[in-house]
Design a protein around this ligand. Structure first.
Ligand code: GDP
Ligand code: MG
Length: 301
């Protein structure tokens, strides 16, 4: 997982600790690092900030004194990355769920993102997660667009023994969401998870439809789901979804297959919203709460 990004930092550290450094070759090593970060899905603006912090930390009197550089704790780098990953307003999903429950209301979660990013699978994993934490769920099959989507979600509902609210294909997704919410209210179900069709970010009709679901369902969280494997386009997607629909948090999938690792930094840095989980496989338990410090330690190890 994330081996390439790890390799980029390791390579840089090795270069600056094994050779005498001058201001000039520090610049060169930083340029190499910047290039490697961008190549491994770190957004240009984020790569610049990382390299600037390293430059500040390493330039001046420290440069050229090998022993001292060896002992550089990289605290500036750690702080920079941790800052990028830590949202201004963190979200505690279970606490939010408990608060809603205490108010006698269901927690309403809307999932958005383009096709094939793992939205439907993530919803099933979250049902299991809530179940493990003693909360009940209902699913809204509001992807009425893609053939087979209702059956796919239905299969998960059956496996996990939760209710699926569905209408016919081609029907209004907002009314499916509305019915699921009413079901949750009348049956005192804790969480409503609304699946949606893959929205190509450029498709105006689908964006409008998404906004209609938001108006009708008034979700507590609009959760953006992306695949880490698409690299740069993950943060381009979240930028557009944030602008056109609004995003409160994200879940990033395919971490198990992502050898690069930089898209996580980019999504956090560009969106400034919490990453709630990483999806790291196809089974229901392959959902890992995202911990900025753990990820930072992993890539800087
Ligand atoms: N390896 C891996 N596969 C995943 C992960 N999440 C989802 N998938 C797979 O990605 C494919 C698309 O997922 P799906 O939930 O249908 O995406 P959707 O179109 O956004 O609803 C399916 O084959 C899933 O099993 C993950 O974290 N890791
Ligand atoms: Mg789907």
């Amino acid at each position: 997982m994330f081996d390439k990004l790890k390799g980029a930092f390791k390579g840089f550290y090795e270069k600056i600790t094994t050779k005498m450094l001058s201001e000039k070759n520090l610049e060169k090593h930083l340029d190499d690092l910047r290039f490697n970060l961008i190549r491994n899905d770190v957004a240009v603006s984020a790569a610049d900030e990382i390299c600037d912090s390293l430059k500040q930390d390493l330039s001046g009197e420290k440069v050229g004194r090998l022993e001292k550089i060896k002992n550089v704790s990289f605290s500036a780098l750690e702080n920079t990355i941790l800052n990028m990953l830590t949202p201004e307003n963190p979200i505690d999903l279970l606490k939010l769920c408990e608060e809603k429950k205490n108010r006698g209301e269901p927690l309403i979660l809307l999932f958005l993102g383009i096709n094939g990013t793992g939205k439907t699978t993530t919803i099933a994993k979250l049902v299991k997660y809530f179940m493990d934490n003693k909360y009940t769920s209902v699913l809204a099959a509001a992807d009425t667009f893609r053939a087979g989507s209702i059956e796919q979600l239905g299969k998960h509902a059956k496996n996990l023994n939760v209710r699926l609210i569905k209408h016919d294909y081609g029907s209004d997704p907002a009314s499916v969401a509305f019915d699921a919410i009413n079901h949750a209210i009348s049956k005192h179900i804790n969480v409503v998870l609304i699946d949606t069709a893959g929205r190509m970010e450029t498709n105006k009709n689908l964006i409008q439809e998404m906004n209609k679901i938001c108006r009708v369902a008034e979700p507590d969280l609009r959760i953006f789901v992306a695949s880490l494997l698409v690299g740069n386009s993950a943060y381009e997607q979240i930028r557009i979804f944030s602008k056109e629909v609004g995003v409160d948090a994200s879940i990033l999938n395919m971490a198990d297959a992502d050898v690069k690792g930089g898209a996580i930094i980019s999504v956090a840095y560009i969106s400034k919203k919490p990453i709630l989980f990483l999806g790291n496989g196809q089974s229901y338990d392959n959902l890992e709460p995202f911990k900025p410090k753990k990820y930072m330690e992993l890539i800087l190890s």
